[in-house]
Design a protein around this ligand. Structure first.
Ligand SMILES: Cc1ncc(COP(=O)(O)O)c(C=O)c1O
Length: 399
């Protein structure tokens, strides 16, 4: 009999250097924050400039949102202790679905307990089974990749933003009548936009539906912040608009805005919707209030873009490769994982926090620092961080 070593056989996946790093005290993941995340925060007693947070519009500490959550907490208690189809729906959940639909100008919306679950739910329910085909960008977020896998559909991958490849796939698969194209409005690790005008044109030509993940575009891209579909003027051509409440709206939860029939279909077919406890009512109240604040306080969007341009142009002037980013997600390409983690660690010592993005968040050997800029930062904080990035970039021969 050959005896298995059990779990140690199962978790041997070649990322041992991360464990070794942890043993050496060299671990750059999960830094324990001790304060709210604004332009700065505190890690292990030290103040750091926050160059990684999806709190794009600086709403996470907004007094009106906190007050709304407190009231709902007192009224409804901590959790619903149930899934949406049973006891997990409060009047607030229904209001938030209506608010999402109103925001995206769709007939209906489905909310889920996480953005990750929104992609999983929509994709796996709509494109279920091997008669369906999902045509997906190579760099789509893991929630899309996992949704694709859960659906059981045939998967075709096109190179990042390559509409010629997308056309080729559509031409070769005309006999498959259930096709869904999935793209991101803004790509989460690159910060570039999908060419949604061209994608929508192709989808229309071949009669295919599209899901757009607007997680990193909602709130600040498009005239009314409705994301890349609004920016490209193709909202009426997108069948499902996915977003998350964990970024611009500074909370947690996700949403699929779509037509009434599709929304109801998702609710009764998507396992990640049916078999998952609903969002706590206080969180729902916070998200509802965050929608109001986001729409009312437009200066936050201007500040976000001002900060983004200051940071990104500073990096480009110094000679860093920002990977064609045109959004508040600003990657700094490094390539080598170890070097990336050392740079992150040194930056932390210098009072600058930027997350390390390594495989599987990005393709192997394409690791990078992934900065996300927020409206909370001021010019002094950005310039301080740029100075430190330049110093360490030179030390590691990145520039
Ligand atoms: C593009 C994209 N889609 C979906 C998600 C999942 O959202 P959440 O973290 O709110 O579950 C993320 C989160 O990182 C994301 O970047």
């Amino acid at each position: 009999m050959i005896k298995s070593k059990g779990i140690s056989d199962m978790i041997n996946d070649g990322t041992g250097y991360i464990l070794e790093g942890k043993e050496r005290g060299d671990y750059v993941f999960e830094p324990p924050f001790e304060a709210p995340q604004k332009g700065t925060s505190v890690i292990k007693g030290n103040e750091v400039v926050m160059l990684t947070s999806n709190n794009y519009l600086d709403l996470s500490t907004h007094p009106e949102i906190i007050e709304a959550e407190k009231k709902a907490l007192e009224k409804y208690g901590t959790g619903t202790c149930g899934a949406r189809l049973h006891n997990g729906t409060t009047i607030l959940h229904t209001q938030l679905e209506e608010r999402c639909a109103e925001f995206f100008q769709t007939e209906a919306a489905v909310i889920t307990s996480a953005g990750y679950l929104a992609n999983l739910a929509a994709i796996s329910a709509v494109a279920a089974g091997d008669e369906a085909m999902i045509i997906t960008d190579q760099l789509n977020h893991m929630s899309i990749v996992d949704g694709n896998a859960l659906s059981g559909a045939k998967i075709r991958i096109f190179s990042h933003n390559d509409v010629n490849k997308l056309r080729y796939i559509l031409e070769r698969n005309q006999d498959c009548l259930k096709k869904l194209i999935v793209v991101e409005g803004v790509y989460s690790m690159e910060g570039d936009l999908a060419p949604l005008d061209k994608v929508a044109e192709l989808a229309e030509e071949f009669g295919v539906s599209i899901l757009v993940d607007e997680a990193h575009s909602m709130g600040f891209i498009g005239k009314n912040g409705r994301g890349a579909a609004e920016l490209f003027g193709v909202e009426d051509k997108i069948h499902m608009r996915m977003t998350t409440f964990s970024k611009s709206l500074a909370n947690v939860g996700g949403c699929i805005a779509t037509d009434k029939k599709t929304a109801l279909y998702i609710k009764h077919h998507a396992h990640p919707y049916i078999f998952n406890a609903s969002m706590p009512p206080a969180i729902v109240a916070g998200v509802l209030k965050a929608f109001d604040v986001m729409e009312k306080e437009q200066y936050r969007v201007e500040k976000l873009w001002e900060n983004t341009i200051r940071f990104r142009s500073g990096l480009i002037e110094m000679g860093f490769d920002t990977m064609g980013s045109t959004s508040p997600i600003v990657p700094i390409y490094i390539g080598d994982d170890q070097k990336n983690m050392s740079v992150t660690k040194e930056l932390l010592h210098e009072g600058v926090y930027i997350a390390t993005a390594i495989f599987p968040a990005v393709p192997q050997n394409e690791s990078r620092l992934r900065a996300t800029i927020t409206a909370s930062l001021n010019e002094q904080q950005i310039d301080y961080a740029l100075g430190k990035i330049e110093k360490i970039g030179k030390k590691y021969n990145i520039i």
